[in-house]
Design a protein around this ligand. Sequence first.
Ligand code: SME
Length: 154
Amino acid sequence: MTDTDRSDLLTAISSAIAAAPTGKSAMQQVVRLLKDAIPYYTWVGIYVVEGDELVLGPFLGKPSPHTRIPLGKGICGAAVTEMATIVVDDVNADPRYLACSIETKSEIVVPILRDGHALGEIDIDSDQPAAFGGRDRELLEPIAAMLADAWEDE
Ligand code: SME
């Protein structure tokens, strides 16, 4: 996918979020558009912070055993605790990693931040090693910011 294609994808996602009737629908559209557009995004999901846990919301890919993750656990928990994007080139070499599928080789987790706290996160796994880099951050961090703006508090 070229940089122009990624720019078009970001525009399409921005429009979809703006048109979505609910925050949940916005999340579903983001997951669908990302999964369909980028072949190495093997599993795409959004976790929502609820109390001291992350709860799995919309996702596409194989069902994950990790539908609830304590904030202190996993790469998912670390991204929320650190309030920063985490890229893991080799999940099997990271002691924090909670396995979702044996085919997964690398992962990116981008927190959805508002007013200095995390509302949730975008979690993407790839079956390719070291799949994620600067271009993925440049795509996903603006999407996380858009989701934060569209967020509906419970
Ligand atoms: N790998 C994540 C758990 C979620 S699954 O990838 C869907 C983690 O280590 O936190």
